[in-house]
Design a protein around this ligand. Structure first.
Ligand SMILES: *Cc1c(COP(=O)(O)O)cnc(C)c1O
Length: 494
């Protein structure tokens, strides 16, 4: 069959032709697949923004375009027309995550080997809920997890599962911790996490049915690290009030400050009180792949670890893992289904990955991690991570060198928090910071974040791209200065 028979503007195809061209198997679908993929790749090359972080189109404009689009027309347009109509704007009006001035969130540029792997992942469409749906992919996940648990210093009993990211990893870990305590967890259970812990901890506790006050915020030191002394007091207080301590969540790399809690001290306390220790290393886990991995010492004593490959490690969304010190602790998730993982295995010695996940149908994200690690190697990853950390140190110096800026603290990982200092006081600083952030984004100059530290609005750079060099950062800081000067002048005039 000729691929020109693809349902298009002129040709109306018969149903049997349609299913064969769109879905395969066979020569026609392969030719159609190749043409569509080549068209998509060319479209990305031709339409990705290079000079600004996005196209500059506002939400009203984009919403208007989409509103005018017939979502499911009576007669299909064919893949090439659809690619042109929807693909071009989808690429052109995307945020350019690879632009070195895109530095607002924990949202990384993506590595080419992982993008190539994504093509294989989507085209083969393997599902990890049973071995007969993913003969190779299941074993890839098994292999990558065995390697990763050992690489993290966990014992031979360790286990793991790929997840959609830190939020799902955190929720699953807290579920497993709670299951140890049965109904007590939901009625009297408490979870300790630092004031700077990720909001998904509270959200998870709420979803899991813990009491509204179950997550106890433990005080942090000046640099945003959990105070071990405060944790000890919090545990004693909770026990004294008849609560049932369930878990302690240590954060290795907080979202704002990149603070790494004192993991070894927290592991000691968790052990002496019989608490489940969860380490949320969604962000800071990237250090494992660098010469700075010693900063995570103590993490290997955790009952569970959340680690995201889509933060510091250049993977396309989504790509996280949950690791368990003892894989047997996944057992509360091992619900049996006759159609999927019956009591008696019919395929012999193969893993039932559905028994360690809250998902059923699940994609093969381990494949892109394997492709990336093998392609880049330890030396390459170390170089990339170190360059990112060095960029953060340079950014801090550049901020110190500018009188109109105030550095909040020396960066711990790759986030840099600083304040604009207005001659008209702190409130004006807060106001202008928000205005400048919005303006820099609107004009496509840079994507920065803002956050609140000690009650005041700060700028936040989240550096995940090694190409966000001191040059790029210098230009962004200057742009902040220029805009602030203009806005302050306007203020004087009005
Ligand atoms: C990003 C982040 C999360 C949430 O992870 P997702 O992958 O976005 O679900 C949790 N914890 C920390 C510390 C994070 O930085």
């Amino acid at each position: 069959m000729n691929v020109t028979l693809l349902p298009g503007k002129q040709a109306r195809v018969m149903d049997d032709e349609l299913s064969s061209v769109i879905l395969g198997p066979g020569v026609a679908a392969q030719a159609a697949y190749r043409q569509a993929m080549e068209a998509a790749v060319a479209m990305i090359a031709e339409n990705a923004s290079r000079h600004s972080i996005h196209s500059g189109v506002n939400a009203d404009g984009l919403r208007g375009f989409l509103a005018a689009l017939e979502v499911c027309p009576e007669r299909g347009t064919g893949v090439f027309a659809a690619l042109e109509e929807i693909g071009i704007p989808a690429v052109r009006h995307a945020l350019d995550v690879g632009n070195p001035a895109t530095m607002a969130h924990l949202h990384c540029p993506v590595a080419v080997p992982a993008l190539a792997a994504e093509v294989l992942i989507s085209a083969t469409n393997q599902s990890l809920d049973s071995w007969d749906q993913s003969p190779f992919a299941t074993l890839v996940e098994e292999r990558v997890l065995a390697w990763l648990t050992a690489f993290c210093g966990l014992s031979a009993e360790a286990g793991g599962s790929f997840t959609s990211g830190g939020s799902q990893s955190n929720m699953t870990a807290l579920y497993l911790a709670a299951e140890r305590h049965g109904a007590v967890a939901r009625s009297r259970g408490v979870i300790f996490a630092s004031e700077q812990a990720h909001f998904s901890i509270r959200k998870s506790a709420s979803i899991l049915g813990f009491a509204g006050d179950a997550v106890i915020a433990v005080a942090t030191d000046d640099e945003g690290r959990m105070s071990a002394a405060a944790l000890r007091t919090a545990i004693e207080n909770a026990t004294g009030h008849g609560r049932a301590p369930v878990a302690v969540v240590a954060t290795a790399g907080t979202t704002d400050l990149g603070a790494i809690d004192p993991l070894a001290d927290i592991a000691d306390l968790a052990a002496s009180h019989g608490l489940w220790l969860h380490v949320d290393a969604a962000y800071g886990g990237g250090l494992l792949f660098s010469r700075h991995r010693h900063r995570l010492a103590g993490m290997e004593r955790a009952d569970s670890i959340a680690l995201d490959f889509h933060k510091m490690l250049f993977q396309p969304i989504s790509c996280g893992v949950l690791l368990l010190g003892d894989g047997a602790n996944f057992s509360p998730l091992a619900t049996k289904a006759d159609y999927l993982n019956p009591e008696v295995s019919i395929f012999g010695d193969v893993p039932n990955l559905v028994e360690s996940s809250v998902q059923t149908t699940r994609r093969s994200d381990a494949l892109k991690v394997l492709m990336t690690l093998r392609s880049i190697g330890c030396e390459g990853l170390d170089a990339l991570v170190c360059k990112t950390l060095d960029n953060a140190t340079s950014a801090a110096e550049a901020i110190r060198a500018r009188a109109y800026l105030h550095l909040a603290q020396q960066p711990s990982l790759s986030t840099v928090l600083f304040r604009y200092v207005s001659p008209h006081g702190a409130e004006r600083s807060d106001e202008l910071t928000l205005t400048i952030r919005t303006e820099l984004f609107r004009t496509g100059v840079a994507a920065l974040a803002t956050t609140v530290l000690d009650g005041r609005v700060h700028f936040k750079l989240t550096l995940l791209n090694p190409n966000s060099t001191p040059d790029v950062i210098g230009r962004v800081l200057d742009a902040i200065g220029d805009m602030a000067r203009e806005l302050e002048n306007d203020h004087v005039r009005t």
